[in-house]
Design a protein. Sequence first.
Length: 596
Amino acid sequence: MSTAIVTGQPVPGSSLEGDLRELGFDVRLAPGPRDAEAALAAVPGDERVAVVDAGFVGHVHALRLGLTDPRFAVAAVPGAVTAKAEARQALSRAAHASGITPDALAAGLEASGTAVHRPDLGELVAVVASDPQSRNEARQAVAAVDDEAFRLRTAVKARDGFFTTHFISPYSRYVARWCARRGLTPNQVTTASLLTALIAAAGAATGTRVGFVAAGVLLLASFVLDCTDGQLARYSLQYSTLGAWLDATFDRAKEYAYYAGLALGAAHASGGGDDVWALALGAMILQTCRHVVDFSFNEANAGDPAATANTSPTAALSDRLDSVGWTVWLRRMIVLPIGERWALIAVLTALTTPRITFYALLVGCAFAACYTTAGRVLRSLTRKAERTDRAARALADLADCGPIAEAVGRAGRLAKAGLAPVLAAVGAVAVVTVSGLTHFGGPWPAVAAAGYCLTSGLAVARPLRGALDWLVPPLFRAAEYLTILLLAARADVNGALPAAFGLVAAVAYHHYDTVYRIRGDAGAPPHWLVRAIGGHEGRTLLVTVLAAACAPADFTVALTVCAVLVALVVLAESISFWVSAHQRGAPAVHDEGEPA
């Protein structure tokens, strides 16, 4: 049970106390500062508590918006303040010095250095009435707003892709409301979306036209549910740490499982099988590297005031294009966000073959990757970036360097600053090129991988603060994933590419998990985990050594064993971390998904 402390004199006829009880709070009245201090001191340190002014008049949803933090909340006007549990002492001091009104507590928290959050209420009304006249005016303003219509509108993300905005959200928001009225949770809808996508993948794996058509329809149904879970969370404000992680992780699992289903279906298709595992793995690699570019660029510019200002020619051009109107939707479509991408996959699955589907997906994603990356490179070069310590640390964590690169980095700290992306690119191109052009079983890929370990260590020897240093993590991802793909393809034996698909999927999960932890200010995965799975350079070196030492059939077995071991280690640690974070009531990450 959460506790709500209502400060000041209760207003006759006010519904505030009943509203708070309906929101799940145990209400305690505190007409004076001493009463409020005593009530605050009586609340256990790990229990959620809300401090609300008795004169509050407004929509219940406006009040709910301020009380979404799982540990501590102070309702204020016009919005609310959330604070970490360790701010309780500072809050108590503010209460003792200036009374315990929410506004005074908010000021005390800000003065003590605690970040204050005031949610945007939009059309909703939330005021503290000081007299009967202002109270009546506030009630009239509340009555003039359609709370239900507002909640439905704001359940939809403000910035989304063309397909999602015009073909999914107009009705999925009503599905979200239907779920809310029946007590369904966002996590339940997220799980239903995953199960639907897995059934779609199974349908594609049959290799029949009926199976392909059913797979396309079910994939779209899964996407509707994928939109619904987030809309349900926003509609009912049921945010949770576990839910945010499940939503983000399941999106990747659904898409990549569907790729595997298409590859299996192609092999089982009537009229002769078709091996498209290389295309499926290539699509997963391209999509994962696109996401790493997004994450890395955003983290590199976090906290940089120039990142949100029009301080470069490319930013000014972007604003001019957006002012035209229709170019906004065109630019959102050509980056192929999740809605457009899944619609493309679903339609082509139903009407064509897996090979054509993967060709179209690879071409579309490659164009989108070139478009977005080129724009970001130009933006980085035409404005002076100010890398914060947090940004440099985040890029280092995203790099996922293991013990070999760390040792090289310690020995190579004299490397010239600003060369990080050049060194990373040289090593990546070398190991990928040699792996693709030499025959399987030769020693040269392993030699190139040893050089890649050297250049990787030198690339991260200094903090990643350069204008283009955000390119280092995606270059590392591309080098590792493409090396695995090319060596498995050169092995030319049944099972090598599916095993490589499994290994890349397991490693990619670890990299996505790192991103979600950084986004949630939870820090990167523990150092022992990165060391246990070798780091990107260690895994690349291991795979090339296995290719040189093993026969093709044995190499397939080795890849399978590596995939299973990596998956077991990273999944066990990740699930344990997120479940414990949820139980601790860590703040939820409101993940808005891919940029549109």
